[in-house]
Design a protein around this ligand. Sequence first.
Ligand SMILES: [Zn+2]
Length: 178
Amino acid sequence: MLMDSVFDENKAYNFDWSYLGDIRTGRENLGPQMPVSVYRLFEYTLRAVLQKNYKKEGCADILREAGRLAGREFCTHLLDSTLPPDQFIAQLSRVFIDMKIGVIRIESFDEKQLKGYMTLGEDLDCSGLPVTGETVCNYDEGFLSGILSCYFKKAVTAVEIDCWAKGDRICRFDIHRE
Ligand SMILES: [Zn+2]
């Protein structure tokens, strides 16, 4: 069957979880994992091209938007959104570790105000990067925003305030309502 058949022009984004494919069948011998350096090579070359074409802020916005879309899909397909907030966050931390995305810690979080601070250690995107004095985890900002917005069913934003690339050992996100 042609892949085009699952495209839906009415959807805001031309994405479907099925586009990730059947990795078990497709990579029978190589398996589902690969080195972080390959992921980063993809991410940082894509970032370089986006910056060339859309300038720095345009690039950051695109990465945030893609991250938000990914976060929503991640939440829908891999997380149980019927859990109460504390169990949902515990589940999120577990899945982030299982999938080797990073180590989530909640510094503070007010479930009613949807406000707080979250950190991500050993982050897939930036840990170990050269220090440039800037936060670089725009995709993560979107990713966390998408997950939290999907779960709480309200527009939530995560803004990175500390980052390895800024000289910190951990990424810290300010979570708040939009
Ligand atoms: Zn970071």
